[in-house]
Design a protein around this ligand. Structure first.
Ligand SMILES: [Zn+2]
Ligand SMILES: [Zn+2]
Length: 351
């Protein structure tokens, strides 16, 4: 066992504070990673505050992890000491079910998440990336390209794959018109990917102030969704809408904008439900309302390789870990462009 230092939520009502714990020994198939950067995801905040009702404490958040391999088990073939490596939302799964067999481990019924899950090796809670070290099975460890700014790669492990996967699944490309609802951590990545895939990309936002930035990120058009006449101009014109908003809102604003057979896919997780969509909007044009969860390991690697080739990273604000509680508050006000990333070097001073 190796001692790790971290920041943890000790109680849903209290700010995150320093916490020490033990990482498991490096097994034959494991790699140990010195964590350099970890992105701050909205789900970190939800779980630190037990807003989904399933948190166990102390809870060390963080599932957008990048760092360098410091040790490998004797069966490890994918990595050697000194390689860059990444860990996203999952660290294990059953490995035998139809989902796992198809490389869709995120849909396995026995996925072990990077934190707030139980480690199959030790039976102890899994602890995430707001820490200096992690030990992960090589099968759930990603190869990180050397040519990108490392801190800005971290959010690709959750925000990146969460938006890349549905755009790939619905085969978005040239000739498609794609809507992105919301310009936050997920939305800004959705615009970058949709644009890179060659689709005509339209951002829906409630904030007129975000229009210029959306165009810089790759949006062809910006629609202020508070203005019904602006929405009306796009009636029945979209092939696909990726809705990244995590607050409950009226989905029927967007459903009529889809063409016949169009799909709106939800990737944000609100803590109370959206009002139920109109059935007429679905059946009259055979439209679909769908959901999507992160992406499998194989697809996450594909996404990272695509980003390396097309020079895509997240727009980030780098913070020391001592700023994490303030960052949570700013995230709640959408006051970040577009992802906080923790510089884990700052943890040494904290512990
Ligand atoms: Zn996340
Ligand atoms: Zn499985």
């Amino acid at each position: 066992m190796t001692k790790a230092i971290s920041y943890a939520a000790h109680d849903p009502k209290k700010p995150l504070a320093p916490f020490s714990f033990e990482r498991r020994d490096v097994g034959a198939g494991d790699v140990a990673i010195e964590i350099l950067y970890c992105g701050v995801c909205h789900s970190d905040l939800h779980q630190a505050r037990d807003e989904w009702g399933n948190s166990t404490f102390p809870l060390v958040p963080g599932h957008e992890i990048v760092g360098r391999v410091t040790q490998v088990g004797n069966a490890v073939t994918k990595f050697k000491v000194g390689d860059l490596a990444g860990v996203g939302c999952m660290v294990d799964a059953c490995g035998t079910c139809p989902d796992c067999n198809q490389g869709l481990e995120q849909y396995c019924n026995h996925t072990v998440f990077t934190y707030n899950s139980l480690d199959k090796h030790t039976g102890n809670p899994t602890y995430g990336g707001y820490s200096n070290l992690i030990v992960v099975d090589q099968r759930f460890t990603l190869k990180i390209p050397e040519n990108l700014e490392l801190a800005a790669v971290a959010p690709l492990l959750c925000a990146g794959i969460t938006t890349y996967s549905p755009l790939r699944h619905w085969k978005i490309g040239k000739g498609h018109k794609v809507g992105v609802v919301g310009l936050g951590g997920l939305g800004h990545m959705a615009i970058k990917f949709s644009h890179a895939f060659g689709a005509h990309t339209v951002l829906f936002t409630t904030s007129p102030g975000k229009a210029e930035d959306a165009r810089r990120l790759g949006a062809d058009e910006v629609v202020i969704s508070k203005n019904p006449e602006e929405l009306q101009a796009h009636l029945q014109s979209f092939d696909f809408i990726l809705n990244t908003v995590a607050a409950p809102h009226n989905l029927d604003q967007f459903m009529p904008l889809l063409k016949r057979d169009g799909t709106m896919c939800l990737v944000g997780v609100p803590d109370s439900p959206h009002p139920s969509p109109s059935i007429a909007n679905l059946i009259f044009k055979r439209r679909s309302l769908a959901g999507s969860l992160i992406g499998g390991i194989r697809e996450t690697q594909e996404m990272l390789d695509f980003c390396a080739e097309h020079n895509i990273t997240s727009d980030i604000e780098l913070i020391p870990i001592q700023e994490i509680n303030r960052a949570f508050e700013r995230m709640l006000r959408s006051d970040v462009k577009y992802r906080f990333v923790i510089d884990i070097a700052s943890l040494k001073q904290a512990a």
